[in-house]
Structure formats: C-alpha cells, structure tokens
Design a protein around this ligand. Structure first.
Ligand code: SF4
Length: 521
C-alpha cells in the first residue's frame, strides 16, 4: 500500500496500524494518491487529525479527529455505530467520558504520546471502515503489552483503571485486556524475586536439522555446518569463561540454552559445553536451567543423560503439531511418533518439559488443532506454549506467500479458544505472553504452565527487568540498569564462522559493558 504523511513524523506508528489491515503488503511513502492500489493519507494540522483512503487515485473515505481533543467525547459521536449492521463498528470499543478523563490523566493532553495515539486512532478507524478486520489488540502493536500493565501498577493505577486504559486508549478488546492483566499478575510473582544483582545467562547454538517453513531465526543447517561445530563450541567455552568473572559476583537465576536446536550437537559436544558451564558457574542455586530440544528427533537417551547429569532442569520438546502431514509441509524432519518418544524419555529422565505448538499452520483447521490438543492433554505437560503463526520477513513462508493458504482470523480465534480450554483442562494457567508482527488475525503467543512451573527465563526476556548475559552467534546481551530503568544492548556477530573468527572481539565488547556496570553499580 501507499502512504502520504503530512506534517507529522509518525511514519512507523502509522505503518504498524495500517499493516493490521493490510498484512504482508509493502508500505511505500509517496507524495500523492497513486493511480493504482490503495493510498492512505495521514495528516496533522492545528485543528484536526485526518486519515483518508484513496483507491486507484480516487477518494473513498476519511476519518477526522479534532486536534487536540481527539481522545474523548468527540470520538464517541463520530465512531459509534451509525447503523446496527455497521461491520466496522462491531470491532470498536465504546467510548465514554471516563475514557477521556483517564487518557488525560495517564498522558498529558498535549503530550507526544497523546498526539501519536490520536493519529493512530484516525488511521485505525479509516482502515477498519475500508477493510474491516479483527484487531483484538487495537493499537497495541508492540511485542510486550504486559509491560504497560507493570508500568501502570508502578505508577499507582488500579487494575480496573489499567483495563480501561487498555480498552479505551489502545482499543484492545475486553478479552485481551483481561489476558494482559492475568499474565502480568502471574509474572509479578516471579519478577518480585529480582534483585539489582540477579542475572540470567543465555547460550545460543544456532544449528538445526532442517529449516522450518516459518523460521526467521539465525539457524544454520547442521549438515552444512557440521565442520564448524567443534570450533563453535570451543568459542562458546571461551566466551563463557570470560563471562564467568562478571557473573560470579552476581546471583545467577536462570540459564537458557537456545537456538537453533542445541540438542543437534552430539552427546559429546553437549558434554563439553555443559561441562564448561558447570566449571564456570555455581549452578547449585539456579532457579531454572533450560535446554531447547525443539526438534524431537535430535534427542536420545545419551543426550538426555548428559543434560540431567549436568544439572539441566527443563527441556523444550516441540511438536508444533501432531499431524504428520503438516509436519512434512512445514519442513520439520520428524514425525509425531518422534515427539512421543522424545517427550516420554525426557519425562522419564526427570526433566520438566515444555511443549510448543503453532496455531494456523498451513492446511490445518480446528479439527487438526483439536487432535493435537487432545493428544497433548493425555500427556499433560508442565508447560504448553501456544504460538499463532506469524509470517516473518526472513522466512520461506513469506517468500511462498502467493501459493500459501493462510488461516483466516475467525478460524485462528476458534483455535485459540480450543487451546485455552485444553490448557485449563490440563491445569495450566497463562503466565507469559508476547506478540509479533504479521501474526494471523493479529493475535498473540501465550505460555501456560502448571502452578510453580513457570518458565522464569521466558518472563525475564519479555519483561526486561533483569540483565541477561548472552553468548554465541547472534546473541544479544541486555544489561538492565535498575536505577535508571534503562537497558543497554551488546550484540554478537550473526554467523557461526564470524563468531568463531571474531570471538576475542565479542569478549572485548562485553568486557566494556561489565566494566561500565562495576563502575556504576
Ligand atoms: S527448529 Fe526453530 S530455529 Fe530451527 S528451523 Fe525450526 S523454527 Fe527455526
């Protein structure tokens, strides 16, 4: 789609909203309505905020909000349903005087945030009228909506006020506002254990047996990279050793070995890596030690024994679906039977097991999702993470989009209800969540767990209230400065070859951060 921006700089913010309604379309800035396709105009003046839609160069509709009272009563009169069958109005929450008051309390009336919000609202309403779509999260396009809840609690807002803020300022549905608050409450129980001194450690192993259709991670095909793996593990050990001096002065809460699929390493390579972790850190007081074994066909008893013997407490064994036909379609190299076997062996070894599934996989309807959920209910895992398929930029799915049949929003909604019901049947409750760009139906990913089995690292990575030292190719260290509520990031190079060749530079980059931390803490 094309977009004209007049007299404001909120280009990304306008793009994010328009892409709810025009997913997977390029967003091209132009200076006048284009003769072909849809052009959106967003403009700001002293009197009003306008969003206008043109089709093939011809004006179709516009939404105008007066400036700066755009957040309140006026929106009510302009945007409440004109007729009972107004399709767009079905999705729009009701406005009220309280909403205006609340918005103005939370964000001063003339603040940038309020102006940006009004611009986004005008775009949202115009797009919704032109191309009605499910937008359950309203204007909340960020990855971490629960952060807003935590910040508002800290500022003294009550839970009811926060829910109203989410629905009226951000136009989230009641269901999503409730989910957001429920998850934030579960997170709060974990986050309150954080001290200024607590840290987590992430170790990246970016190799996989094959590449999944939807994957956008830095993942390198094992067969092609086999020759680098020993050198890669040696570089990891060097980086871990360098990090140990910093971490030994801290309280290490969790370790997470992710990727990729770390269990694509051989049992002896895993032994080298996990042995080094044990040598470098005191793991006796860890709250959690996770290894991703995303591909069930990479696990065997030898590797499970190495994990267990080295203090690992939790593994992720991810079927994504238990329908073999879909597994082939999405480029996974394993079958449902591989999953059952890996899952049962992991449980037998005494590890907590997380299981990931994805809703909206190609060719799947509610029937296939229900089958997967029924099968998982029989296993009753400690953790279940329910993802909604996202069409990511670097994925094969994105490239094949023209031939791919994507699941519609109503169907994804039904799948989400099925998974929520199944999770509750398994005595699992939602404890963390995040969103991504271009998710089918604009929904979310939710992690469920049994009581006391929260994936602590998952919460820390989403809420960003703890330093996470990250080693390995593509890893991003996040230093959390609790005094200033600031995050500083240090990135490692992406490819395994570069990582191996530039390991000393990676270590040096982080040493600077450690020095900064010791000088300022
Ligand atoms: S297992 Fe994960 S990291 Fe590996 S290819 Fe699939 S999505 Fe990507």
């Amino acid at each position: 789609m094309y977009c004209i921006i007049n007299a404001h700089g909120y280009i990304n913010e306008t793009q994010c909203i328009s892409q709810i309604f025009f997913p997977n379309e390029k967003f091209i800035i132009v200076s006048e309505p284009q003769p072909e396709g849809v052009t959106l105009l967003s403009s700001l003046s002293c009197e009003k905020i306008t969003a206008r839609i043109y089709e093939n160069g011809k004006f179709v509709l516009e939404e105008v909000l007066p400036f700066p009272q755009a957040l309140g009563e006026n929106a009510k009169t302009r945007f409440l349903p004109q007729t009972s069958n107004d399709t767009a109005a079905k999705f729009l929450p009701q406005y009220s005087r309280e909403a205006q008051a609340l918005s103005e309390t939370a964000t001063p009336a003339f603040s940038k945030k309020a102006v940006c919000n009004a611009i986004q609202k005008s775009v949202f309403y115009a797009c919704m009228k032109y191309r009605p779509a499910k937008a359950p999260w309203g204007l909340l396009v960020g990855i971490r909506p629960t952060k807003i809840v935590h910040e508002m609690w800290e500022s003294g807002f009550t839970t009811d006020e926060i829910k109203r803020y989410l629905t009226e300022f951000y136009l989230a549905s009641d269901d999503k506002a409730n989910l957001c608050v429920t998850v934030a409450e579960a997170e709060k129980r974990i986050l309150r254990q954080n001290t200024h001194n607590s840290v987590s450690l992430y170790i990246g192993v970016p190799f996989c047996v094959s590449r999944c259709l939807y994957c956008s991670f830095s993942s390198y095909i094992l067969k092609r990279y086999e020759k680098y793996i020993d050198a890669y593990v040696a570089a990891l050990v060097k980086e871990l050793t360098a990090a140990s001096a910093y971490i030994s002065g801290k309280s290490l809460q969790t370790i997470y070995i992710g990727g990729g699929t770390p269990t694509s390493l051989t049992a002896s390579q895993l032994e080298v890596l996990l042995g080094a972790v044990n040598k470098c850190f005191d793991i006796s007081s860890l709250s959690e030690y996770t290894v991703e074994a995303g591909r069930p066909d990479t696990l065997n008893d030898d590797k499970l024994n190495v994990l267990k013997a080295n203090g690992v407490s939790r593994v992720c064994v991810n079927p994504q679906t238990l329908n073999n036909e879909t597994l082939v379609k999405i480029g996974r190299s394993h079958s449902a039977a591989d999953f059952y076997s890996a899952y049962n062996s992991a449980v037998k070894t005494g590890l907590n097991v997380n299981v990931d599934i994805i809703l909206g996989l190609p060719g799947e309807t509610e029937r296939e999702v229900k089958y997967t959920l029924d099968e998982l209910t029989k296993l009753s895992p400690d953790n279940l993470t329910v993802h909604t398929l996202a069409v990511k930029r670097a994925s094969a799915l994105k490239e094949q989009l023209e031939n791919a049949e994507l699941t519609d929003a109503a169907c994804v909604n039904e799948m989400l209800s099925l998974s929520d019901a199944a999770a509750r049947e398994m005595n699992l409750f939602p404890y963390y969540m995040y969103r991504q760009k271009n998710m089918l139906g604009n929904y979310e990913n939710v992690g469920y767990c049994k009581k006391g089995k929260e994936g602590i690292y998952n919460i820390q990575i989403i809420e960003e209230k703890q330093t996470i030292v990250a080693v390995g190719a593509g890893a991003a260290t996040k230093h959390y400065d609790s005094g200033r509520n600031l995050i500083r990031r240090v990135y490692n190079v992406k490819t395994p070859e570069e990582y191996i060749n530039r390991i000393d530079e990676m270590i040096e980059r982080k040493n600077k951060l450690y020095e900064f931390d010791s000088e300022h803490s």
